[in-house]
Design a protein around this ligand. Structure first.
Ligand code: ADP
Ligand code: MG
Length: 624
């Protein structure tokens, strides 16, 4: 085309496309839900803008916020069209090829190791999945602020953009035209497309239509039946109605000589989803299967795993809202990247069913950003800007309730997990399928999101105790399993006042620590904290259920009653004094008689308010 401008794909994008186009991955179905999800995002955007400016929707057809799928069976072209926000020329260049997103290289890397394309949507590169099924793709787009453009590429390292002077004007929105590969012929079949929409795009909040064929009876003059031949060839799909017998019988005599009934193929828009907002329904009426499907579509998580838990509830009172929260089965690839860069929560905010944003930091604290879900509020105003909404006083109330519900939901994973219970009876409950499914779920949760809970204890003073209940760790008595503070307290020796813990690099290293000698001998339990974040955690977690935490490598350890203490102190007074004199200037504050050792002759203890040796180690490794 004479007016086409050529662009090279950014290097990482090009690599990604190579991987996709050469992929032997068998589940190619995913491209359709990615395109529908993009269409839905684009519709959300224009609908949001229209809240404050009706004009953006235009008039006539462009006001219809829907998604249309069309097939050209003969030429094997599949088109997906939306009346969303559309893309300007600059958008097309940036979004579809020249600017790699942060997820691009992460996804390329993942592809090279695991090869599962299913999570492509989570990495923000879902669009390129079109090359699983097409060898040539055209994106026609019209944005309110620009002319209509065509983006096209054969995935050969480059794409072209031209002002569109030949296609029908879209009004507004985007049409993606896939020229299907030879071996992807099945996607040119209506039944396949219907199946895919049903399977993956059921919860899209805009109507999805398919330009579907339908056979109808028409009467034609009896002698000129040739005209319908070309339709007959195509009629592969069985007809639902087998001719309307009534009509032909009635007018038999008159009509017989002049007309006859033949099948003719016509097309009409068929609605494929029923646009139900699952969160508006009563939780009692929603099945587990529906929640799982809803989660997958919301989180773009099409792995085989189910969410670990969900919570669907309605808040009433001053601030009314409905919400569904999910704990994903796995932490996202960039969980802590986004944590430390202060990134958004993963909740979608709706106001009266209209999608507002999924970048509202105000809905959940950072440490809960691993949750997926949505909030739909009737209390928040609809026709204000995002910035104004962000300041709205109701958000504080919503956030508070969401945190409560989220922590309840997480606690329930533990409560329902048979592995979590120390209670023998409870442990031996009949092995029902349901129990089987819940077994080990909390350990799974902890391995994926434990660090988030710890960050929560540091961050969220108001919920510190609730979060501490969720902590898991190993100890001198946990036998290689995880245990909790509640279980620790149950096992405490009579007269024991403090919760003992020790921090270090690994359990193996800690088990050899001389600090444990006497405690173990006396049958006290000591918690092992081996995650670097634990040192910070313990600066915030001072007590639990009225028990103080005591680092056993620090000054101030009291083990039971110490009858001989005074005597010994007196007897060795000169020795400790002499020793202290020698070590002065070597960072030693004091030399004391200790009751914490059993076999080792002496040990270096840190002062009560100083850093533990483990903390020193962590700080050093950070400055290096
Ligand atoms: P993601 O949807 O996660 O951002 P994609 O690879 O699916 O990643 O899409 C890339 C970008 O291309 C989108 O963020 C959006 O800006 C743009 N885009 C894709 N499809 C459409 C569409 N139908 N309408 C408007 N913009 C679109
Ligand atoms: Mg997408």
């Amino acid at each position: 085309r004479s007016n086409a401008e050529r662009f090279e794909f950014q290097a990482e994008v090009s690599r990604l496309m190579d991987i996709i186009i050469n992929s032997l991955y068998s589940n190619k179905d995913i491209f359709l839900r990615e395109l529908i999800s993009n269409a839905s995002d684009a519709l959300d955007k224009i609908r949001f803008l229209s809240l404050t400016d009706k004009e953006v929707l235009g008039e006539g057809d462009t006001t219809k916020l829907d998604i249309q799928i069309m097939l050209d069976t003969d030429r094997k072209i599949l088109s997906i069209r939306d009346r969303g926000i559309g893309m300007t020329k600059e958008d097309l260049i940036k979004n579809l090829g020249t600017i790699a997103k942060s997820g691009t290289s992460a996804f390329v890397e993942k592809m090279q190791t695991s090869g599962d394309l299913n999570l492509i949507g989570q990495f923000g590169v879902g669009f390129y999945s079109v090359y699983l099924v097409a060898d040539y793709v055209e994106v026609i787009s019209k944005h309110n602020d620009d002319k209509q453009y065509v983006w096209e590429s054969k995935a050969d390292g480059a794409f072209a953009i031209s002002e569109d002077t030949w296609n029908e004007p879209l009004g507004r929105g985007t049409e993606i035209r896939l020229h299907l590969r030879e071996e992807a012929g099945e996607y040119a079949e209506e039944s396949k497309l219907k199946e895919l929409v049903k399977k993956y795009s059921e919860f899209i909040n805009f109507p999805i239509f398919l330009w579907a064929s339908k056979e109808v009876d028409v009467e034609v003059p009896a002698n000129e039946d040739d005209s319908s031949d070309k339709e007959d060839e195509k009629s592969e799909t069985p007809s639902e109605e087998d001719g309307s017998d009534d009509d032909t019988e009635k007018g038999d005599d008159e009509k017989k000589s002049k007309t006859k009934t033949v099948k003719e193929k016509t097309y009409e828009w068929e609605l494929l989803n029923d646009v139900k907002a699952i969160w508006l329904r009563s939780p009692k009426e929603v099945t587990d299967e529906e929640y799982v499907k809803f989660y997958k579509s919301l989180a773009k998580d099409f792995s085989d795993e189910k969410p670990l838990a969900w919570s669907h509830f309605k808040a009433e009172g001053d601030v009314e809202f409905k919400a569904v929260l999910f704990v994903p089965p796995k932490a996202p690839h960039d969980l802590f990247e986004s944590y430390y860069s202060g990134n958004k929560s993963n909740l979608k905010l709706y106001v009266r069913r209209v999608f507002i944003s999924d970048e509202f930091d105000e809905l959940l604290p950072k440490y809960l950003s691993f949750l997926k879900g949505l909030v739909d509020s009737d209390t928040l105003p609809l026709n204000v800007s995002r910035e104004m909404l962000q300041q709205h006083s109701s958000l504080k109330t919503i956030k508070k309730k969401l945190i409560r519900k989220a922590l309840d939901m997480i606690r329930k994973i533990a409560d329902e997990d048979p592995d979590e219970s120390n209670d023998k009876e409870k442990n031996d409950v009949e092995a029902t399928d349901e129990n089987d499914e819940k077994k080990g779920q909390y350990t799974k949760f902890w391995n994926e999101f434990g660090k988030s809970i710890k960050l929560g204890i540091i961050e969220d003073a108001a919920n510190r105790n609730r979060l501490a209940k969720l902590l898991r760790f190993e100890s001198t008595k946990s036998n290689g399993k995880l245990t909790s503070l509640d279980q620790y307290i149950k096992r405490m020796r009579s007269g024991q006042k403090d919760i003992f813990y020790l921090t270090g690099v690994s359990k193996e290293q800690l088990e050899k620590s001389p600090f444990l000698e006497r405690l173990i001998k006396k049958n006290y339990e000591v918690i092992f904290f081996t995650d670097p974040v634990d040192e910070y955690l313990m600066q915030y977690l001072m007590d639990y259920e009225d028990k103080k935490f005591q680092n056993v490598s620090k000054e101030g350890l009291k083990i039971g009653k110490d009858s001989k203490g005074k005597e010994l102190k007196e007897a060795f007074k000169d020795l400790t004094k002499w020793w202290k004199g020698i070590l002065a200037g070597e960072n030693v504050d004091d030399v004391k008689i200790s009751n914490r050792l059993a076999d080792s002759p002496c040990v270096v203890v840190t002062s009560k308010y100083g850093w533990s040796s483990n903390m020193e180690r962590i700080m050093q490794s950070q400055t290096l």
